[in-house]
Design a protein around this ligand. Structure first.
Ligand SMILES: Cc1cc2nc3c(=O)[nH]c(=O)nc-3n(C[C@H](O)[C@H](O)[C@H](O)COP(=O)(O)OP(=O)(O)OC[C@H]3O[C@@H](n4cnc5c(N)ncnc54)[C@H](O)[C@@H]3O)c2cc1C
Length: 356
């Protein structure tokens, strides 16, 4: 049996591991234009550490898990998968292509998640510190988990560099990390203030020209200076959304399954754009490819999130665990965050402890 896995992120890797466990004789090809698997949940930490710390070469994974890595992007524009115009010839296709930043206007020195995923976060910040001709204000656009995590890392790097700069966080909502319990938002807001990051609620980023940002506040429009802008305003499925039934099979297809950020499941279970969902859906579609290939009824997706913790710099965190009515802040949250990351590191190293 020949199987193509398209995208080697959290869902793709989980899918390959489960496929290999179940189908020892299958030929598996992984398509991903990157040469290394990126643990993107650490991306904000690339303002502190080299990106290589959070990457694992696909070649290493390929020899351990017995698959072939093909460094190419797959095109789905005509509703069928193809590479450089050549159609795919596989028994099953697992699509796990993730997400990309929402498109926003970009002024000078504005960076997206994709820029950090392919560039050097420390260099981006250091260039701002060294260039005194730029406005001495850095801006984080977006008060969700990604924006908050980047803001604390940015603050620490600027502080350590002794840069006389300020940071503003523009958020179109009224509280940071709005998906978290209110207690967590309050904690994050206090910590932002403690660190000198100005949180600006109800501030919608509309446009940019050079170092000037155009921001709507209620009925007013204002211009703000920004010498470095991090665009963290959310993501959308990439290269497109793949709608699936409750088993992960792409609507209208017999042999294509999807998982992770690119997939939209018909389900009552949790289908958020998170790594923990991506890993569970990746494993599920591998299980279902195995079952369908044996004419066995595929399983429904049924995962419920176990918690979500946001890091607030090197030693602090906040979030919830098991129930949203149990907010967690400070050292206990930091310990949980470390345990979650360690579990994924073990998984990539070959030890699967994801029992639910
Ligand atoms: C800074 C940051 C922090 C985060 N923190 C957390 C967290 O603490 N906890 C949590 O649960 N979630 C977190 N998330 C969200 C989490 O990272 C995503 O939900 C998760 O990565 C989704 O996994 P995925 O496999 O769907 O996509 P990804 O991990 O993004 O992988 C997609 C892969 O597909 C490849 N690809 C894309 N297009 C193509 C194509 N056309 N052809 C072939 N390959 C392609 C890409 O190169 C990439 O390797 C965070 C996200 C960010 C940005």
């Amino acid at each position: 049996m020949k199987i193509a896995v398209v995208g080697g992120g959290y869902a793709g890797l989980a899918c390959i591991m489960e496929l290999r466990r179940r189908l020892q004789n299958a030929t598996i090809h992984l398509y991903d234009p990157r040469v290394r698997h990126l643990k993107i949940t650490h991306l904000h930490e690339t303002l502190r550490h080299p990106r290589s710390r959070f990457e694992v070469p696909f070649d290493d994974l390929a020899s351990r898990l017995d698959f072939e890595h093909r460094p190419a992007a797959v095109d789905f524009s005509d509703g069928v998968a193809s590479v450089a115009g050549a159609a795919f010839d596989y028994d099953y296709i697992a699509v796990t292509t993730g997400s990309q930043s929402l498109p926003l206007p970009r002024g000078a020195e504005a960076y997206t998640i994709e820029d950090f995923a392919s560039g050097d976060g420390r260099q981006i910040v250091d260039a701002f510190v060294e260039d005194s001709t730029r406005p001495r204000v850095a801006t984080v656009v977006g008060g969700g988990a990604t924006g908050v995590q980047f803001a604390f890392e940015l603050q620490a790097r600027l502080r350590d560099a002794g840069a006389g700069t300020t940071i503003q966080m523009l958020d179109q909502g009224s509280r940071p990390v709005p998906d978290q319990p209110v207690e967590v938002s309050d904690y994050v807001r206090d910590r932002l203030e403690d660190c000198g990051i100005e949180y600006c609620p109800d501030s919608r980023y509309c446009d940019a020209s050079g170092y000037e940002l155009i921001v709507e506040r209620g009925h007013e429009t204002c211009q703000l200076q920004s010498g470095l802008t991090l665009l963290c305003a959310g993501a959308r499925p990439a290269p497109q959304a793949f709608s699936t039934d409750s088993t992960g099979r792409v609507d209208g297809s017999d042999n294509m399954f999807a998982a992770g950020d690119c997939a939209t499941y018909t389900t009552r279970a949790d289908d958020f754009m998170t790594a923990q969902v991506a890993v569970r859906q990746g494993k599920l579609i591998a299980t279902n490819i195995d079952r369908v290939s044996r004419d066995v009824e595929p399983l429904d997706y049924s995962f419920c999130e176990l918690g979500y913790v946001v890091s607030l710099g090197a030693l602090d965190a906040a979030g919830w665990i098991l129930s949203r009515t149990q907010p967690l802040t400070g050292t206990p949250a930091f310990a949980v965050k470390g345990a979650v990351e360690a579990q994924y590191d073990l998984f990539v190293a070959g030890l699967d402890t994801y029992i639910v």
